[in-house]
Design a protein around this ligand. Structure first.
Ligand SMILES: CC(=O)N[C@H]1[C@@H](OP(=O)(O)OP(=O)(O)OC[C@H]2O[C@@H](n3ccc(=O)[nH]c3=O)[C@H](O)[C@@H]2O)O[C@H](CO)[C@@H](O)[C@@H]1O
Length: 367
């Protein structure tokens, strides 16, 4: 039985970077305010646990196989989920979390279901413009519903509160960094495909850039995130086009690269859009068409409507179309500057603080 009087936040998050990064930002902020934080995730999420404050405990949640596995695993899934919920109830009876926050994904089911059964103060943070399945299930069963992007499909009776998507400290350090518009000097373009990289960007971006006039190409400095299996061919394509490029499976210094670039070409994952807008850079967004409920298109729409991004749907993407949009930004320094400022105005640099305030409010006056 937990006799510690320090408030305890139970964070539940599914195992992708998209769920784990905002969860980590909240964890760090709550620890700075003297809270203990416990993380409930699955084996995939546990790989990110190193990025959480040292007080975090990782629970391997048995419902994580919900979305994967063969027919037998699927048959056993309801029992696994039920088992996960029962053990979460016992754990929470002992831990007595002051508040529970779910960030989406199947591994959040036991923590949120047990918090519902026990009547613990609980909230959800939805990062995307279209809600994920688990968040949709629990949206009406939580006390507060926070969103990173205004969701287009909130169930009736649920009051969404826009907190924005928390971004890393290294992004915040560069929030609103001065933008140098494109010109007749070396220009940086950052190409990022989300936490896994994106094949479609590797197929299309080098070809599109190769179609630009030589006078532009020789000024380009490209940083291109590509999947490990695509590194070689992408590097070769840039070399053949006479374009200086760094091609890596993951850049650990994306915030710096964003702040120094003239243009970013990206997928429209929630954290990528948040990073781009908090730093404030013109973007060409190519939403991942197979994302659940087409949520990346919804994420991109907010930034595009604000004037900070051009969106190209996958179905319309070809090297010529992309070349035209790149040229539109690079040939128009004033327009590029306006896009950078529009992106900045769309950013929510205090998203973490807004979420912290919501959690403290949820937990009540004693915290
Ligand atoms: C393929 C897929 O379904 N992706 C989903 C996943 O996002 P996924 O994790 O793929 O992508 P996000 O855009 O949310 O986050 C990627 C993060 O990685 C950073 N980065 C990227 C490349 C790099 O080299 N270095 C680097 O640091 C980005 O700046 C960003 O902060 O969860 C998100 C939140 O639910 C969803 O919006 C996405 O649709």
């Amino acid at each position: 039985m937990n006799s510690d009087k320090t408030p305890l936040l139970l964070i539940a998050a599914g195992g992708t970077g998209g769920h784990m990064f905002p969860a980590q930002a909240l964890a760090e902020a709550m620890v700075r305010r003297g809270w203990r934080v416990k993380l409930s995730t699955d084996a995939r999420g546990a790989r990110y646990a190193g990025g959480f404050p040292h007080v975090v405990t990782v629970e391997q949640v048995s419902s994580a196989t919900f979305a994967r596995g063969g027919p037998l695993a699927k048959l056993l899934t309801p029992f696994k989920i039920a088992g996960g919920i029962v053990s979460a109830i016992f754990r929470n009876l002992s831990d007595k979390p002051t508040a529970v926050v779910g960030f989406g994904g199947y591994p959040t089911i036991p923590a949120l279901a047990s918090a519902t059964v026990l009547g613990l103060p609980r909230a959800i943070h939805e990062q995307n413009g279209i809600m994920g399945r688990v968040n949709r299930i629990f949206a009406k069963r939580v006390n507060r519903f926070a969103c990173g992007t205004w969701p287009t499909d909130v169930p009736e009776g649920v009051q969404a509160e826009h907190t924005g998507n928390p971004v890393r400290a290294s992004v915040l350090e560069r929030a609103g960094a001065a933008y140098i518009p494109p010109g007749d000097y070396p220009m940086s373009i950052l190409v990022i495909g989300g936490s896994q990289g994106a094949r479609i960007l590797s197929d299309c971006v080098p070809e599109a850039l190769a179609l630009l006039p030589e006078s532009v190409r020789h000024n380009l400095r490209i940083a291109h995130q590509a999947r490990p299996e695509d590194l070689e061919r992408v590097g070769a394509a840039y070399e053949a086009a006479g374009i200086t490029a760094e091609v890596e499976p993951f850049f650990n210094d994306v915030p710096r690269r964003l702040s120094e670039c003239q243009l970013v070409i990206s997928r429209a994952g929630a954290s990528s859009v948040a990073d781009i807008s908090v730093i404030g850079r013109p973007a060409i967004l190519i939403p991942y068409a197979a994302a659940a409920g087409d949520h990346q298109a919804a994420n991109a729409k907010g930034l595009a409507v604000a004037g900070g991004a051009i969106t190209i749907p996958e179905s319309k993407l070809d090297p010529e179309t992309l070349r035209d949009q790149i040229a539109l930004v690079l040939d128009n320094p004033d327009g590029a500057l306006q896009m950078a400022l529009a992106a900045l105005s769309y950013g929510v640099p205090d998203a973490t603080e807004r979420l912290v305030a919501l959690v403290q409010d949820l937990a009540g006056p004693k915290t």
